[in-house]
Design a protein around this ligand. Structure first.
Ligand code: GTP
Ligand code: MG
Ligand code: ZN
Length: 351
């Protein structure tokens, strides 16, 4: 497979040429499963591991490869094994705060052009969670598209109501509605994906991400799972992997995520809540926090019922969460640097 078919464009190719030099090959990480990698380059796919030097030089887990990354690799044993020497700078990324109490970034995927943020119309629909996903996507410099699945389970009027609710969150992104059962909307998804561009499916477990990929592939190549009567999925997909569709688009499937903690997401929050950012230009103080300050144009819009109060509340909540974690992260990094502790940390928390 040619590297351009894996998404390598001129800009990336130049960088790759410089960083990898004549001795290493350029390859893309196509799957990650608990610290084990699969990479694909001109000579095919091979399992890969990190070199000791790479690990030694890495300063945080965010620097470790993730699915979608471009890397400089050395193949050996007739191309059946490889080691990863370097990760090319990322154009875009998806990251979150690692789950649990620990304040650390978890890189989820990289070099994605468009993220399909998936929610099912039935059971799963949740505006607060949608906002979190949109922050994550905007923060990583990725274009979002909202995908509502399982439209076969709701009446058309209900679907209209859901779309309306999304619009009232100030979401300007395209919304596509699909059913994997009837096939409605699936061709619209296919049509929005271009050859050589990278897409990913983001959303809770059980919303139909993998089922959609199988439909696009035209077979049941990937495993999908039953949903319990509460609508909760069971994490059928367990690893992140990049799939090449017939028409040449690259699509990353991922397991559903339970926690979407905010860390370093300040910029993404401003972008995902563009309606609030715009209103904020009318605030009396340029550094207005839209909390209780006098002359706050954002609060005024809420009073006039032009901005949903719950939307502002969720903006404030996400901002507070991100700032809180940013502070803990900065404190910890400082301590880690003092003791040169990263490696220890990584080994303990590897996936
Ligand atoms: N009614 C209906 N069921 C669907 C639709 N899409 C998927 N399903 C079903 O929902 C269940 C979960 O689908 P998956 O594709 O495994 O969900 P997933 O998002 O990949 O879940 P994880 O891999 O756990 O993150 C399966 O039983 C599917 O058959 C749909 O459009 N309508
Ligand atoms: Mg899946
Ligand atoms: Zn204000």
């Amino acid at each position: 497979m040619k590297l351009s078919e894996l998404g390598l464009d001129r800009g990336l190719a130049d960088t790759a040429g410089e960083l990898c030099g004549p001795d290493l090959s350029v390859a893309r990480v196509t799957a990650v499963d608990r610290g084990r990698y699969l990479i694909r380059g001109e000579d095919g796919e091979a399992p890969a591991e990190l070199t000791g030097r790479f690990l030694h030089l890495a300063e945080s887990s965010a620097e470790l490869p993730c699915v979608g990354d471009w890397v400089c690799a050395q193949y050996r044993d007739a191309g059946t094994q490889a080691s990863i020497h370097q990760v090319l700078p990322r154009r875009s990324f998806l990251r979150r705060k690692a789950a649990g109490r620990e304040v650390e970034f978890q890189m989820i995927a990289a070099n994605i052009d468009v993220a399909l943020v998936v929610q099912a119309c039935h059971f799963d629909f949740n505006p607060r969670r949608l906002e979190r996903y949109l922050v994550m996507v905007r923060d990583g410099h990725i274009e979002p598209v909202v995908l509502l699945t399982k439209t076969d389970l709701v009446a058309p009027e209900e679907l209209e109501r859901l779309i309306d609710r999304i619009r009232r969150l100030g979401v300007a992104a395209r919304i596509v509605c699909i059913s994997n059962v009837t096939g409605a909307g699936v061709e619209e998804v296919r049509a929005l994906m271009a050859a050589g561009r990278t897409y990913c499916l983001l959303g809770s477990s059980g919303v139909g991400k993998t089922t959609l990929i199988n439909r696009l592939l035209g077979d049941d190549a990937l495993e999908t799972g039953a949903v319990s009567h509460t609508g909760e999925g069971r994490h059928t997909t367990t690893r992140r992997q990049l799939i090449v569709l017939d028409q040449g688009a690259l699509l990353i499937d991922m397991p559903g995520m339970r926690e979407l903690g905010m860390l370093g997401a300040g910029e993404g929050i401003e972008e995902a809540f563009a309606d609030i950012a715009e209103l904020a230009q009318g605030c009396r103080y340029p550094d207005c926090r839209h909390d209780r300050e006098p002359g706050c144009a954002v609060r005024a819009a809420v009073e006039r019922q032009e901005l949903a109060e719950e939307h502002l509340e969720s903006y404030l909540k996400l901002r507070k969460e991100s700032e809180f974690h940013d502070q803990s992260y900065a404190d910890r990094r400082k301590k880690d640097r003092e003791f040169g502790r990263f490696l220890h940390h990584y080994k303990k928390h590897r996936d």
